[in-house]
Design a protein around this ligand. Structure first.
Ligand SMILES: NC(=O)c1ccc[n+]([C@@H]2O[C@H](COP(=O)([O-])OP(=O)(O)OC[C@H]3O[C@@H](n4cnc5c(N)ncnc54)[C@H](OP(=O)(O)O)[C@@H]3O)[C@@H](O)[C@H]2O)c1
Length: 338
């Protein structure tokens, strides 16, 4: 692995700028796959504060207008599975961040997970090797490689490819991530508003939710820091909670009285099998299998990176409060227009 000097000011890091061909010192160019999503938008806002050029390849550039307003961020159309497109976008890059991941696939045989997690990672590694891009930050998940779900298995396989790549890699394994726009509290908030009774599969599955701002900070600190090369960081929050606890917390902060009904395992499996056939798959057999492995972590990666975990109470009540106010405003507008 290359040994680079410690980064004091990532924006002016000559170790990265060194790789830039030709011309005067250009700001380092960072390519962020999956940068258009929930974590990516937060991460880009964080790393764009340094003197960097950020390229965000997307399968549909025109849907990503929010990113267009950030200076030094360029969103570009790509077929991420095309080796030619990948080489083109990585030409002259100093670092690659791979945030691409899916929670559900269109089919049920694992081929979708394999493609998005393993095949894409292999292709990004090959493009890094072809273009001389040495630095790779790989998003993964807590428990990657454990259990029987396609999600966790393919995460583990992708990690193995990264570790064998010969690149200067760092792997991040978060528990479930919270923050404005998340698929956790906001998703349950939407469900809770619709129904007085919520049947819940794997209600006792444990999580240690981690704040999206802390995840972005972990990536940002590691980006130019050679002491993080070859390291894997578990990212989890201070508070371990069951899934039922997360739903109750959400209901409490929305001011809703709801019955949360834990489903016996056999029924949970049936529920998952039914949802496998619902368009958009709000839940699936693969989700059910992932939930069999608690997502709580063991070695505190945030602490290793000098980051103090942001507590849920500092973010989620305000986040859900905004939703409540928006909900009331929408209802008021509907009443006025009706
Ligand atoms: N959110 C969490 O709680 C959590 C927890 C643990 C791990 N993670 C991992 O963290 C990463 C980011 O999560 P996120 O919540 O920000 O995800 P997200 O909002 O769904 O964004 C992922 C991005 O990846 C791209 N993408 C999605 N499916 C793809 C496919 N099949 N092939 C190629 N590109 C695809 C999309 O970009 P375009 O549509 O622009 O191409 C999308 O914006 C993922 O790897 C996720 O698994 C998330």
């Amino acid at each position: 692995m290359t040994s680079l000097p410690p980064d004091t000011d990532p924006g002016h890091d000559t170790s990265l700028a060194r790789q830039e061909t030709p011309g005067p010192a250009m700001p380092p160019r960072i390519v962020v796959f999956g940068g258009t999503g929930f974590v990516g938008q937060r991460l880009i806002a964080r790393i764009a504060r340094g003197n960097r050029r950020i390229v965000v390849p997307s399968r549909n550039r025109n849907r990503q207008r929010d990113l267009f307003v950030i200076p030094d961020v360029r969103v570009t159309d790509i077929d991420p599975y095309s080796p030619d497109d990948l080489r083109r976008v990585l030409e002259g890059a100093h670092a690659v961040i791979n945030l691409v991941g899916i929670l559900n696939e269109p089919g049920r045989d694992g081929a979708g997970f394999r493609r998005a997690h393993v095949e894409l990672t292999e292709k990004i590694i090959a493009a890094c090797q072809a273009t001389g891009t040495r630095r790779l930050l790989q998003m993964s998940a807590l428990n990657a490689g454990r259990g029987t779900s396609h999600y966790l298995r393919t995460r583990g396989e992708a990690e193995a490819r990264v570790r064998a790549s010969g690149l200067d890699w760092t792997i991040f394994q978060p528990s479930v991530i919270f923050g404005p726009g998340d698929g956790l509290f906001e998703r349950f908030a939407s469900l809770l508003k619709l129904t007085p009774v919520l049947p819940l599969a794997r209600a006792d599955a444990k999580f240690a939710p981690v704040y999206v701002g802390d995840v972005a900070e972990a990536f940002a600190r590691s980006l130019d820091d050679p002491t993080t090369f070859g390291q894997t960081y578990e990212l989890y929050g201070r508070q371990a909670m069951t899934l039922a606890g997360i739903v109750r917390y959400t209901a409490r902060h929305l001011g809703l009285h709801r019955a949360i009904v834990p489903l016996p395992d056999a029924l949970a499996r049936v529920q998952a099998a039914i949802f496998d056939h619902v368009p958009g798959k709000p839940f699936s057999t693969d989700n059910y299998l992932s939930l069999k492995t608690d997502s709580v972590g063991g070695i505190d990666g945030l602490h290793r990176l000098g980051i103090e975990a942001t507590p849920l109470d500092a973010i989620v009540p305000a986040q859900l409060g905004l939703q409540v106010r928006q909900h009331r405003l929408d209802a008021y507008r509907r009443a006025r227009s009706g």
